[in-house]
Write a protein that binds this ligand. Structure first.
Ligand SMILES: Cc1cc2nc3c(=O)[nH]c(=O)nc-3n(C[C@H](O)[C@H](O)[C@H](O)COP(=O)(O)OP(=O)(O)OC[C@H]3O[C@@H](n4cnc5c(N)ncnc54)[C@H](O)[C@@H]3O)c2cc1C
Length: 379
């Protein structure tokens, strides 16, 4: 009987643990570890911030879903991984594993932007979504800046926020008293979407009267403005940013990560040095945007590889990343986006736009929550 430990109770970890239970059966022990007992579906945070969804409708209890699925749940924060001894440690205990599946997400590096803690808003946690909701409700017109900090690998939420906020101001009769800006350090918005998606997003921003600022490196958020490494500041009474990411601190000293702290993996999502350790999601060193879509797809590939390794000691399933998402723009307006140019392909398209795309996002959210992450279909 093998001990398989999954670390992380987010999209990658839940899908990995549930799928492992389905695929390897009861012959092997599966454990899920996470520091908190609750999973909140991050993709719904913009809707929570805009008051469209209630916080209690987007969560899952990790202990409850594990108990139902025959997975052991351990509430613990992993502090150190020893790949040679095949153990992981918290501040109090250590556990031995035969296979380790890491899905610990990334550190959101707000500290790289001066003043962010006091004056900036983001959507990493449910508390942050509720904090932003208060600020949005208190907003009575003025300047709003949304954008991505230099080196941020996740632009979708910033775009969703700027479009949804713009629509909410129109509904509240505050649009004429407001100026809205979208800021990116890249040369175009949604660079990872390839040429068709980039043009689509730029057109949508223009049509909504949102000022687009490219090649601007945010260095500071203050109560009255956003500051940049180059050029003059932009006035802002409310600032939303997606920050840069860093690899999780539990990797430090493990020999599993590269310079930036992200975990190094091969095509099979395995550590090249320690082949019984796998990783998926935001913690993995990879080009392109960090998305739940790829965290969940990666989890499925890892499960196939672990199952194969248990039988034959070799693995053959490879992970090919892609950009696939629904950008929720509010009021049942959304765009379904597919791209892989950033990974060397030639897909860059917006095959669907409007209420049906909005419905796809809602349907996937409900499907994930109702199935408690035990899913076949991945959006
Ligand atoms: C507002 C917002 C909206 C988004 N919308 C979308 C979207 O529509 N579509 C999309 O594809 N992506 C979206 N994303 C990106 C998506 O949320 C992430 O890519 C995804 O959450 C990554 O999943 P993960 O499992 O790698 O990490 P996470 O979901 O971050 O989960 C990490 C887990 O590991 C746990 N953990 C961390 N450190 C430790 C430790 N030391 N020991 C034990 N456990 C630990 C955490 O508590 C957590 O349970 C969005 C992101 C944001 C912020």
């Amino acid at each position: 009987m093998a001990q398989i430990i999954v670390v992380g109770g987010g999209f990658g970890g839940i899908v990995a643990a549930q799928s492992l239970r389905n695929v390897v059966g009861p012959a092997h022990d599966i454990t899920l570890m996470a520091p908190t007992e609750r999973f909140d579906l991050r993709a719904a945070f913009p809707a929570v911030a805009l008051g469209r969804l209630k916080p209690e409708s987007i969560g899952l209890s990790l202990p409850a879903l594990c108990q139902k699925a025959g997975i052991q749940f351990i509430p613990a924060q992993v502090e150190y991984i020893d790949p040679v001894e095949r153990t992981i440690r918290s501040s109090e205990t250590s556990w031995a594993y035969d296979y380790l599946v890491l899905a610990m997400g990334a550190h959101f590096a707000y500290e790289k932007i001066s003043g962010f803690g006091a004056h900036g808003y983001s959507l990493e946690t449910l508390d942050m979504a509720l904090h932003l909701r208060q600020a949005i409700e208190a907003f009575r017109g003025g300047a709003f800046v949304a954008g991505v900090a230099p080196e941020s690998p996740c632009e979708g939420p910033a775009l969703e926020m700027v479009f949804q906020f713009e629509r909410s101001l129109r509904r509240r009769g505050l649009r004429d008293q407001s100026t809205i800006h979208y800021v990116t350090a890249k040369s175009v918005p949604f660079l990872a979407g390839g040429p068709v998606v980039q043009t689509f997003v730029a057109d949508q921003l223009r049509d909504a009267g949102i000022h687009l600022h490219v090649n601007r490196h945010i260095t500071e958020v203050a109560a009255s403005h956003v500051g940049f490494a180059e050029g003059s500041p932009i006035p802002s009474q409310l600032t939303f940013l997606m920050p840069a990411y860093q690899g999780p601190s539990a990797l430090v000293g493990s020999g599993l990560s590269a310079d930036g702290g992200f975990m190094v993996v091969d095509d099979h999502l395995r550590s090249p040095k320690y082949p019984n350790i796998y990783a998926t999601g935001d913690m993995v060193q990879m080009a392109g945007p960090k998305m739940a879509h790829n965290a969940m797809r990666g989890a499925k590939i890892i499960v196939e590889n672990v199952a194969q390794a248990l039988r034959t000691e070799s693995v053959s399933h490879s992970f090919v990343p892609e950009v696939l998402c629904v950008m929720d723009m509010g009021d049942q307006e959304a765009a379904y986006i597919e791209a892989d140019t950033i990974f060397g392909g030639n897909r860059s398209q917006v095959p669907l736009q409007g209420p049906v795309a909005a419905f796809m996002k809602e349907a996937f959210r409900d499907y994930f929550l109702q199935r408690e992450g035990n899913i076949e279909y991945i959006l």
